[in-house]
Design a protein around this ligand. Structure first.
Ligand code: MG
Length: 160
């Protein structure tokens, strides 16, 4: 069995008048995240981890924010596209583990829904997906509520 690990990191700034979408789930909040797409920072980190494990360029390469096609894109559509891209090289997903770093809102109650969305888009069991959330203890840009960051690792294998 061949194993490949990848990591991903993303951050988006809060903006007024935007929906907050994390892990494919819309979360009620006073502000959303700014971005060319729906700015789903968690899915972006996961996609970069998957692409990185496959030795491929990052999501900015496949879905450039200069391309009007990806304006306000649903990141779940991009995630399904990433699944197809890595599948071309016969990679299967061993597991994904991710962390959301946000001072607010509380995302814990939404984690099961995020896992369900991601598992569905990637065609894997929810038991292969870990999602955790933490605050930044009021320190730095996340702590000041300026935005949300997300980190992810992904393991790709040649066997399920
Ligand atoms: Mg992003």
């Amino acid at each position: 069995m061949t194993l490949r690990i990848g990591q991903g990191y993303d951050v988006h700034r809060f903006a007024e008048g935007r929906r907050l979408v994390l892990g494919g789930v819309e979360i009620p909040h006073a502000r959303g995240l700014d971005g060319h797409s729906d700015a789903d920072v968690l899915l972006h980190a996961i996609m970069d981890a998957l692409l990185g494990a496959a030795g491929l360029p990052d999501i900015g390469h496949f879905f450039p924010n200069t391309d009007a096609r990806w304006k306000d894109a649903d990141s779940r559509d991009l995630l399904r596209e990433v699944r197809a891209i890595i599948g071309r090289d016969s990679w299967m997903i061993g597991n994904i583990d991710a962390t959301i770093v946000a001072e607010a809102p509380r995302v814990g109650p939404h984690i099961d829904a995020m896992k369900a969305a991601i598992a569905s888009d990637l065609g894997i069991g929810q038991d292969r997906i870990g999602i955790k959330a933490t605050t930044n203890e009021t320190m730095g840009f996340v702590g000041r509520g300026e935005g949300i960051a997300a980190l992810a690792v992904a393991l790709l294998t040649t066997e399920s």
